[in-house]
Design a protein around this ligand. Sequence first.
Ligand SMILES: [Zn+2]
Ligand SMILES: [Zn+2]
Length: 429
Amino acid sequence: MTWTRFLLVASLSTVAWAQAPGSKEVEGVYPDAHALYADIHQNPELSAHEVQTAAKLAARLGGLGYEVTEHVGGTGIVAILKNGAGPTVMLRTELDALPVEEKTGLSYASKVHAKDDAGHDVPVMHACGHDLHMAAIMGTAAIMAHSKSTWHGTLMLIGQPAEETISGAKRMLGDGLLTRFPKPDVALALHVGNLLPAGTVGIAPGVMNTNADSLRITIYGKGGHGSAPHTAIDPIVIAARTILALQTIASREVKPGEMAVVTVGYIQAGTKNNIIPDQAELGLTVRTRKAEVRKQVLAAIARITKAEAEAAGAPREPSIDHYEGTDLVYNDPALAQRLKAVLEAALGKDHVVIEEPITGSEDFSYFVEQGIPGFYFSLGGADPEKFAEAKAAGTMLPSNHSSLFAPDVDPALHTGIAAEVAVLRELLK
Ligand SMILES: [Zn+2]
Ligand SMILES: [Zn+2]
């Protein structure tokens, strides 16, 4: 049976994976990696509060012989395995989960609630798949520790807190990630998602995703009785007009073909049906690729927001708080080309696809901005049968951050470990 034909079958069957060439190693570490996955999935922790999660990872990595430093930039961990002279390669996993109520119906679904930073009780779920990334890195860590004759150099595994709030990478760098530890020659990460079937990986050479900006806009009106609008200035009506006007930035102002997304993800105002509130708050996420488009869109948001308030006779100019921002992730094209061939050899040619850049964002870009060539690739998470059905029906499977997000763990985790090991051995040969 040729390798290619074998893989076509293997991608649909976990049992077949056990026979895949070179996968004996993966099978050897898989039960432990899967056990960690199930544990972390059932015990998710919010951004910057990943205390137990980090401790579990640190203990396991320490047990494998890695030199582990905890509390790097909050709950972050750095685990180093030195194996003679050679390059330093960093592989990163995130640690955090999201304030989402899990509705997957899985036997190991999260039932966890926690207090968020504002003191509200919120449900918590690993709705972005970071649990799978941690399980993969543990499997990879074990294989690398047990096969030191196959590589040389320094392997640096990091558990990064607070990716979802775009703050963890910055905090780890601020806490001496590149001065207290060896500076990596290459930085690696992967992300699981439902855009590809489990068993495959996706590569985007060059631009991988988008710039992201988070804005909090407060529109000020004048409160009053709901029966007497003439005595008030209604911030809800101003907010409604503003939201609609903001939709014209991407459709009317940005040059067709350029990438721009302006999403109002929440609106908060008012307490009761017969009270006109004093103010309304909007939460926006803005995604762009080019620096000049980013500048144009942010300026248009400010202009429109202020003008709508002025048109309504608002007593004060709205406040616009730009509280988060991150640059796009750039995959070094030469590195991506080199590792594509490596992944094809490890997983089979049919299991490696070239992807379009995605509209997501991520703070892995902070590491790349330190002058470290980066390779950030996609790990297929979709059940291959459901993926094919959805494709045929023209529908989409639940995306990351959905309460229904549930990767097909067995093939995705096997592939994640196999891919990480292959890439690390290439870079540390
Ligand atoms: Zn996420
Ligand atoms: Zn994520």
